[in-house]
Design a protein around this ligand. Sequence first.
Ligand code: ATP
Ligand code: MG
Length: 700
Amino acid sequence: MEEKLPEDLASLSELEEKSLLEVLTGRFTHDLIYTYVGDILVAINPFKYLSIYEKEVSEQYKCHEKKSLPPHIFAVADRAYQSMMGRLATGPRNQCIVISGESGAGKTESTKLLLKHIMELCKANSQLEQQILQVNPLLEAFGNAQTVMNDNSSRFGKYIQLRFQNSSVKGAKINEYLLEKSRVVHQDEGEQNFHIFYFMLAGISTEDKEIYGLLDPTHYRYLNGRFGKEDVVQAWRLKFAEVFNAMDMVGFEEQTFTSRSQEKVDMMTILAGILSLGNIAFETTDSDALKVSEESRGWLKATAGQFGVQEEDLLKSLTCTTSVTRGECIQRLHNQQQAEDARDSIAKVAYGRVFGWIVSKINELLAPKVDCDVELSEIGILDIFGFENFAVNRFEQLCINLANEQLQYFFNHHIFLMEQKEYKEEGITWETITYKDNKPILDLFLTKPIGILSLLDEQSAFPQATDRDFVDKLNSKFKTAPSFEVVRSHTPVFTIVHYAGKVQYNASGFLEKNRDTIPANIRELFINSVTPLLSVLFAATISRTGTLMPRKAKLKVADDNFNSTRKQSVGAQFKHSLAVLMEKMFAAGPHFVRCIKPNRSKQPDQLDSKLIMDQLRYNGLMETIRIRRDGFSWRPKFREFAERYNIVLLKPDLPLDKNSCMSILNSTGLSGWKCGSSRLFFKYWHQEQLSRLLERLGRA
Ligand code: ATP
Ligand code: MG
C-alpha cells in the first residue's frame, strides 16, 4: 500500500491527472483523508467521524518535524507554531494559514482543528484557551446557516489572529468579512435563515417566549413559515444552551438567578423584533396612501415594542422617506414595493449590527492584556467562503469570488512567481513551469479608476443611474478584455472568466447593494430606541480594536472592517479590507490547506471523480505538484543559513558567507540542494532533515 499510496504527491515520479486521482481516491477509501504536496496539505472531507483528532494524536504531532508521521492537519498547526517560535527554518515570525475550498469542503472544520491543536501546543491558561475555543460556536450560531451546499455553511469570511508573547497565547482578534445579510429576509428553496433564529425559538422557555414576544415559529415569514421536526428541534435546543454557555465563557455579561443580563435580553429582543418586522405587510388605501394591512397591525405593535421605539415612528420610517433640503423637511411617501424594501433593509441592518456587535465584543474580551511595548507575534487563520457559481449570481457572489481570486493570486505568488523569479535571478538552471496567472482578472476588478469596483462606485454616486447603465459601462470598457464577456440580454448581466470557471452575474440590485445606505430616519429611529443595545449600535461606531465608541469620538482612520467618518460603498470597504488582509498575509510565513469536497450529496465514503478532478484542476494542483517535486521551496540567504546552522561545525563565530555555508553543508552529507549567487536552494524536505540533525547535536 505504501508504494502505491504515497503520503506526498510531490514524490510521484509519474505526473498524470489519472495517477494523481488514483492516489487520492485510494487513500480516501482507506480513510486517509490527508495528503501532502510538499509542504501543502490536501484534505478531503470525510463527512463522517474519524478517530484521528484525539488528544493522544495531538500529543504525537507536537514538534512533528522530528518524527515521521502521516499527513495531518495538526502537522500544519504544528509547523506554523514552530515557525513562529523560530524553531524551524529562517523566515518571518508571523504566520498565516490559508484554507481554501468550495462550500462544504471542510474549511471551517479545519479551522477549528487548527485552533484546537495550537491551543494544545501553547499551553494557554485554561480560561483564555476556553475563551478562544468558544469563539467559533458563537460565530457559527450567528453567521452560519443551512444551504443547499452545506448544512452549516459560513455566510461570512473570517481571519482569526492568535497573538503570542514568546510561546504563550495572550489573546485573539477576529476580522469578519461580508456577512450575507440578505439571508435574514430571504432564503432560496432548500435553505434556511441564520442558525440563531432556530436555536432561539427551539431553546427558549415558555416564560421567556412571552417576555420577548415570540410566537410559534411557523408564523414567521422570514423563516418561510417552516420549522424543524422534533429531533431537529431537540438538537437546536441543545445548541441554544451551547450558545449561551459560549457567551458566558467568552465573557459576555452573565445572567444570575436574580438578574438577567441586560445585553442578552436586548440581543434576544432585537432578534425577536426582526422576526415580527418581517410579518408586516402593506396595502394601498382608496386615497392611494399606503397603510399597514389590517392583519399585520399586531405585528407593527409587537415590533415597535421589541425595538423599543414608538409605533408611529416605526410606521413613518416604513412608509416614507424624510429628507432635509435647505432647512426644510421633505417627506416622500413610499409605494408598496418601497415600503417592503424599507422593512427588509431595517431587518438586514439590525441583524448586521448585532453580528458586528458580537464580533467587536469578542475582540474586546480577547484583546491581549500585555504592556503596549511588548512585541507580539501572530498566527492568522483565514477561513473565507469558497468560490460560488449559482444559477443566479449577485453582488454577494461577485465579492466572494473576488476574494477567492485574490487568494489564488496569493497562492500563485508564493508557489510559482517568487520561486521561479529567484531561480532566474540567482542563475539556477530551471525549466519554467507555467501556471494560470490570474493577475489580469484581479486587475479587471481592482484597478483605479477603471476597474469593475471603481466603475460601480462611479455609477452608485449618481442617484439616477441604473444597474443597466452600470453593465453598459462595463461592456464598453471591457469588451476586449480576455476575462470579460459581454452578454446580450434584456436583463443586466455580464460574465467573468474566473480562475475557477465562468460566472454570469446578474447586476440587478448591484448599485443599491453597493450603496447600502441606511436612511437617516431609520438611523434616528434606532438611536432613540429605549433598548440600550439597539441605541448604542446605531449611535456608535466600531473602533480599530473592535470596541464600541460613542459617535462623537469620530475616528480619523478607517478600520479594517468598518469605516466610520464617511460612508464608503460596500465595494470600496471590501476592497480596503482585502488590501489590509493581503498586506498582513504577504508579510507572514504562509501555510496552505486545500480542502476538497468528495461528493455533492454530503455522504461519507462516496467519491465523485469528476467533481474532485475539477477542484484539483482549478486549484492548479498538477502544477503545484510539479514545482514541489522539481523545485526548491526553501531558499535562505547565505547569512540566514550560516547563522542558524553554524552549530553543525561547532563554530559559532564562523563568518556568515557562502564559504561557511558550503563547509556546513558538506559536513552534513545532504544532497540535492543548489547554490545561487546570494542564497541556497533546498527541497522542502531538507528542512526536516536539518532540524533532525540539530536535534541530534543538541542531544549529543
Ligand atoms: P462553507 O464554505 O459553506 O462554510 P466549509 O468549507 O467551511 O463550507 P465545513 O462547514 O467545514 O465546510 O464542512 C462541512 C461539513 O463537512 C461539516 O459540517 C462536517 O459535517 C463535515 N466535515 C468537514 N470536515 C470534516 C472532518 N475533518 N471530519 C468529519 N467531518 C467533517
Ligand atoms: Mg465554513
